[in-house]
Write a protein that binds this ligand. Structure first.
Ligand code: UTP
Length: 473
């Protein structure tokens, strides 16, 4: 194997990767050769040329139109009937165990700056439950409510898989049956220096990074998760990101409309708060749905308004999907899936030519990632449903500021307060309408508004401004 690899590296100008080979012990040698043998060098050369040495230019289709979507609330009598039918259908799917939950948790969470998988970050405002615990408790309540466990597929990466499993083991799976959870790992891609040379992360290893959430689809196939879903009668996947604890995992309306529209991949959309909000834009080209990233959207399109002054391209993507199992099967049946790559310029720690470990202070490498939403144009049919941001999307990307731990906690408190108010509880608020008490409701007790009404009926809930914080379970 060594000779073959040397030939390949010479041919592709990457011999520096074996610089420390002779210093390695046998295990180290095998590890490095194993990684190098996995690489499709011809393909990588193309990628390096197109994405690293040159910056890819995204072409915007000339016929780009805003994508149509179903509004949050039905607007006509026909739509009202359709939504009613969809909700019953979605509830039925949940009762029959036809829906699995899929959390993508393989990212590196660099912006959060937290040592450990993002899912192990303590997010809940009063009890500091981790993101994983929060979802696990929702799944427990979903099981109670619909009478069937919803299997939870968690995608990790090689970098955080063990730490993720350890978190579940140490916490007894947060009360879930262990068999209800399956971890599977996504693929990796080597990080490439700005000069087109691959980087060593250690003397015995390439600098590897997860291959983006687009890697989910192939990873489902390769891990056997997809086959398991099929043999267990799962038809629909509720897809969400680890850093959004506000998501409705079991959303009957979304599931039902997906099915009634014979959609293969559906998406939740939120009305953007301004033309340049950092959300992907739902667009239509020909009869295909696609997402144009905010960074690729031409300003003049982003800013266009209709006759009422409303943004034309109003629909932003919070990365919440229903995906049909059959669609994933169709896309990945040959064991391959060619989604487009996206370039991300990053600071990647590496081992330099003298063998020193370097933590660069400026961007030194390109990571290549594929994105799940690039599967949308591959679907024969798609469906987009509007959701209320305050009920659905609280991304935890940074420590403070926009899309942060702080804003996420505030949104969780706000959602729980609104639920209690709707159930008749008085919430003390300041002049700006901000709740004066930190409120947290356990997902074990309350999954949705109907649960909140029941909970308030059964328990004597009263909240005074002196409470400061309150936990309802
Ligand atoms: P982000 O793009 O926000 O990346 O991922 P991130 O890794 O969490 O954070 P930064 O950009 O390094 O700060 C959105 C979602 O997709 C998952 C993440 O775990 C998160 O749930 N993801 C991302 C993967 O599962 N795999 C990847 O390769 C990338």
């Amino acid at each position: 194997m060594y000779e073959d690899i040397v030939k390949k590296l010479e041919k592709h100008g990457q011999m520096h990767l074996l610089k420390f080979y002779d210093e390695l012990d046998e295990a180290g040698k095998q590890k490095l050769l194993g990684q190098l043998a996995e690489i499709d060098w011809e393909n990588l050369d193309e990628l390096i040329k197109d994405y690293v040495l040159n910056k890819p230019v995204t072409s915007i289709p000339a016929d780009l139109q805003p994508a149509p979507y179903y509004p949050v609330k039905p607007e006509t009598a026909d739509q009202e009937a359709l939504y009613g039918k969809a909700i019953s259908m979605g509830e039925q799917f949940l009762k029959e165990g036809k829906v699995a939950a899929l959390t993508v948790a393989g990212g590196q969470g660099t912006r959060l700056g937290f040592d450990g998988p993002k899912g192990t970050f303590p997010i809940s405002p009063v009890k500091n439950k981790t993101l994983f615990q929060y979802f696990a408790e929702e799944l427990t309540r979903i099981r109670e409510k619909y009478g069937k466990p919803m299997k939870w597929y968690i995608m990790t990466s090689l970098m955080n898989n063990q730490a993720t499993i350890d978190h579940f083991e140490a916490n007894n799976y947060f009360g879930l049956d262990k068999a209800q959870v399956m971890f599977f790992t996504q693929g990796t891609m080597p990080a490439v220096g700005l000069d087109g040379k691959l980087l060593l992360g250690a003397k015995d290893s390439l600098a590897l990074a997860p291959d983006g959430h687009g890697g989910t689809l192939l990873a489902l196939k390769r891990s056997g998760a997809l086959d398991e879903m099929k043999s267990n009668g799962v038809e629909y996947i509720s897809y969400f990101q680890i850093d959004n604890p506000l998501i409705t995992i079991a959303n009957p309306l979304f599931l039902g409309l997906h099915s009634l529209d014979a959609s293969e991949m559906s998406a939740i959309m939120l009305a953007k708060t301004n033309a340049f909000e950092k959300l992907g834009n739902f667009c239509k080209s020909g009869n295909k749905l696609e997402i144009i990233e905010y960074s690729d959207m031409p300003d003049e399109l982003a800013e266009q308004t209709d006759a009422n002054g409303k943004l034309r391209f109003i629909a932003g993507s919070p990365a919440i999907h229903v995906v049909s199992v059959n669609f994933v099967e169709r896309l990945t049946s040959g064991g391959r899936l060619n989604l487009p790559w996206h370039r991300a310029d990053k600071k990647v720690p590496y081992v330099d030519a003298s063998g020193n470990e370097v933590a660069p202070e400026s961007i030194n490498a390109v990571k290549l990632e594929s994105f799940i939403f690039d599967a949308l144009p591959l679907a024969s049919k798609t469906m987009v449903l509007e959701a209320v941001r305050e009920n659905e999307f609280a991304p935890t990307k940074n420590r403070t500021g926009v899309d942060s731990v702080e804003s996420c906690r505030e949104m969780l408190i706000d959602r729980d307060c609104r639920r209690l108010e709707a159930a008749g509880v008085v919430i003390p608020r300041d002049a700006d309408g901000k709740a004066l008490v930190k409120v947290e409701i356990s997902p074990l007790a309350v999954l949705d508004d109907a649960d909140a009404v029941e909970y308030v009926k059964k328990n004597n809930v009263s909240i005074s401004a002196d409470d400061k914080e309150i936990y309802l379970a």
